[in-house]
Design a protein around this ligand. Structure first.
Ligand code: ATP
Ligand code: ATP
Ligand code: CA
Length: 218
């Protein structure tokens, strides 16, 4: 069965979600208070409507609780974002994802029952900062407030050594969960296999342990 999505707020973030979901063949209702924005998405989304989503009656009329997943991406107007989210939770929408502008906004969204709160600017900033620290750090993904996954290319300190030689778990408290060589991904890396140039290690751990690993070994 095809899932139905509604995207509220067609700024850069909401617009990009709307565009990508539509490109993947999903059913998307695009909603914005601005006529100009809605016109922009008329030919991209399945449906595009002008609406002020801080009005409960309007959301009811749109049949918003028939959607499988509603994404709220009202950027700068925190009040409108919070009001919209409260109405969506009150109406019993099954899945609500909301973009937060800052940590406090995020905390409020959590408290009022948003199912998933995202911080795209903050998280993308972190990812880019880590990839700037070293050319060997390819990606950085936050798992929770204090745990992350980092993808690193083998550094000179690693090439020709095994996981046992480097004693990564004992020295850094991190775990190598997989090693990628080209298109092959080995999800149970042998502890005594020698690491090669261009191997990519996928490492999971607490943020402070990953920092130590990045500083000393990458
Ligand atoms: P981004 O940060 O994703 O680039 P942005 O900075 O453009 O977005 P805003 O312009 O603050 O963010 O908001 C995103 C969209 O939300 C805008 O297109 C705006 O018209 C829409 N929007 C604001 N208030 C409402 C509302 N009450 N109902 C529906 N849409 C709204
Ligand atoms: P441990 O009790 O620490 O798990 P072990 O007796 O199971 O060690 P090995 O699995 O041979 O011994 O690994 C020895 C050391 O090599 C580990 O203590 C760890 O530091 C490192 N190591 C092995 N596999 C990994 C891995 N996947 N990620 C990070 N470090 C590893
Ligand atoms: Ca913005």
């Amino acid at each position: 069965m095809k899932r139905e999505f509604a995207v509220i707020g067609l700024g850069r973030f909401g617009g990009s979600i709307c565009y990508e979901l539509s490109k993947e063949g999903m059913d998307v209702l695009a909603i914005d208070i601005s006529e100009e924005k809605v016109n922009e998405f008329k030919n991209i989304a399945s449906h595009a409507v002008i609406a002020d989503t801080t009005d409960e009656a309007t959301l009811k009329e749109l049949g918003i609780n028939n959607f499988d997943h509603v994404i709220v991406s009202i950027g700068d107007n925190i009040q409108a974002s919070i009001l919209t989210t409260v109405i969506l939770t009150d109406l019993g929408v099954k899945k609500i994802t909301v973009k937060a502008n800052n940590d406090y906004h995020g905390k409020i969204l959590d408290k009022i029952g948003a199912h998933h709160v995202v911080h795209p600017e903050r998280d993308m900033g972190k990812r880019i900062a880590h990839s700037i620290i070293s050319n060997n750090i390819l990606d950085y993904l936050e798992l929770s407030d204090d745990h992350s996954i980092v993808e690193v290319k083998t550094s000179d300190k690693m090439i020709g050594k095994s996981l046992v030689d480097l004693d990564i778990r004992a020295n850094y408290g991190c775990n190598v969960v997989a090693i990628r060589q080209g298109n092959d991904i080995n999800v149970s890396p042998m502890a005594d296999e020698l690491l090669q140039e261009n191997d990519i290690l996928i490492v999971i751990g607490a943020d402070h342990d990953i920092s130590k690993f990045e500083k000393e070994l990458v």
